[in-house]
Design a protein around this ligand. Structure first.
Ligand code: PMP
Length: 326
């Protein structure tokens, strides 16, 4: 018989899938690391379990404890699945710009969800950063995950996602392109790939309204770069410890409109029904096309599933209301 001991045993070993149409002007082979095959439908299952296991080993998370995290949904989903299997209580703190589907899905897997306003500064007591920290302080036997600064996040990708990509491409990968939020994916995968072959180039996809690109290019944390944006999952108004700028060769920024349109195009032209950050990532990859030569193998990572965006990027009324389509 062949079976997993529990649902967590199905995390990882996701397929690589060739992108065939959305590669205009690119001769290189473009392969998508397709993370929606994880049980929580996103790459975040990997780091959620790793962060919990490291916290258990360090004695920070004890039996019967409560896990508290500020999350846009996918990390919460991974943590919630692990909490069920391992017997913890789960509390997710979210910003109100996140799709309603994400909130409903977290509640469906037994998480308590606290919703906070989006457009307040990170140090505002109402922000989801501040609220998660306060709840963690007030709740006995609780552990605050802090995916931004918890380096088990990067380690998960260094130990699993990176080696899988190296193995699946027979060591032929030349470029890695990925959206950056906490930075765990790009830093862990990028570090692993560069250790195998220092010539691998690592590109981050950022959004307008986020500090990453300017900081990487100038070393300056420019508050003028920070303003509200629509794209979900990538970009930040802080510098998370998980972003290792030293392994990133460059960033490209994608507009909210392009990210939304390319999210639709992936579904309609490739049959890839994916989340908003996948649209941003493929548009970012197209913006970088002059960097790719004929025999290159470019791997792009797609973080999450389209079902969480049916009320937004996959809803033409919403797309029209936002002015993204006629
Ligand atoms: N896309 C989506 C949909 C996400 O949830 C996240 C995580 N915030 C990212 C991209 C960025 O990944 P990372 O946090 O590893 O940089």
């Amino acid at each position: 018989m062949e079976y997993a001991e529990n649902i967590l045993g199905t995390i990882g070993n996701t397929p690589l899938v060739k992108i065939n149409k959305l590669t205009e002007g690119i001769d290189a082979l473009v392969l998508a690391k397709y993370e929606t095959f994880n049980p929580g439908n996103s790459v975040k299952d990997r780091m959620a379990v790793k962060m919990i296991e490291d916290a258990e080993a360090a004695g920070l998370l004890k039996p019967g404890g409560t896990i508290i995290e500020g999350t846009s949904g996918n990390t919460g989903m991974g943590l919630a699945l692990a909490a069920i299997v391992k017997g913890y209580r789960m509390v997710c703190v979210m910003a109100d710009k996140q799709s309603k589907e994400k909130i409903d899905i977290l509640r469906a897997v037994g998480s308590e969800v606290v919703v906070c306003p989006t457009n307040v500064a990170p140090d505002d007591p109402q922000s989801y950063y501040s609220t998660s920290k306060r709840l963690a302080e007030e709740t006995p036997n609780s552990w605050y995950v802090n995916q931004y600064d918890n380096l088990s996040n990067t380690k998960a990708h260094y130990e699993s996602t990176g080696p899988e990509i190296w193995r699946q491409t027979d060591g032929k990968v030349t470029h890695f392109v990925v959206g950056v939020g906490t930075g765990g994916t790009i830093s862990g995968v990028g570090k692993y790939l560069k250790e195998q072959n220092p010539n691998v180039k690592v590109w981050g996809v950022d959004t307008y309204g986020s500090v990453f690109k300017k900081y990487h290019e100038t070393g300056e944390f420019d508050e003028n770069e920070i303003y509200p944006y629509v794209t979900e999952g990538i970009g930040e108004d802080i510098l998370p410890k998980n972003v290792d700028f030293s392994i990133i060769d460059g960033f490209t920024k994608v507009t909210d409109k392009d990210a939304a349109i390319y999210t639709q195009r992936l579904a309609k032209e490739e049959g890839m029904f994916l989340g908003n950050s996948a649209g941003a990532a493929i548009k970012g990859l197209l913006q970088l096309k002059e960097h790719f030569k004929k025999d290159d193998v470019v791997v792009i990572l797609f973080h999450d599933h389209g079902s969480r965006y049916v009320g937004k990027m996959f809803n033409d009324d919403w797309m029209r209301k936002m002015g993204y389509i006629e």
